[in-house]
Design a protein around this ligand. Structure first.
Ligand SMILES: [Zn+2]
Length: 86
């Protein structure tokens, strides 16, 4: 069980999008080794206007402007294919 960084509720890992600050490859979705944060599938959470700030705090890193664009693509794909990659 993991905690969504937005709503702070606990969910089974398969119901969460994992964002990892990989040691070598930087920010990764659903994979990678390093500090991770989780966001649940609720629209309220991934469209949270403060989500980037919350992620930066959770991952202890700076997220560049391109991150938001990639994140939106990932979350859209993730919601279309809920079982992908887990
Ligand atoms: Zn949530």
């Amino acid at each position: 069980m993991r905690i969504c960084i937005s709503c702070r509720k606990t969910y089974d890992r398969k119901n969460l999008l994992k964002i990892t600050k990989d040691h070598k490859q930087g920010i990764m979705f659903q994979r990678g080794m390093g500090r991770s944060a989780y966001i649940c599938k609720s629209k309220k959470c991934f469209s949270d206007s403060k989500i980037k700030k919350k992620l930066q705090k959770a991952l202890k890193t700076f997220l560049d402007p391109e991150f938001t664009e990639i994140f939106e693509k990932e979350i859209t794909a993730y919601n279309d294919f809920p079982n992908k990659g887990i």
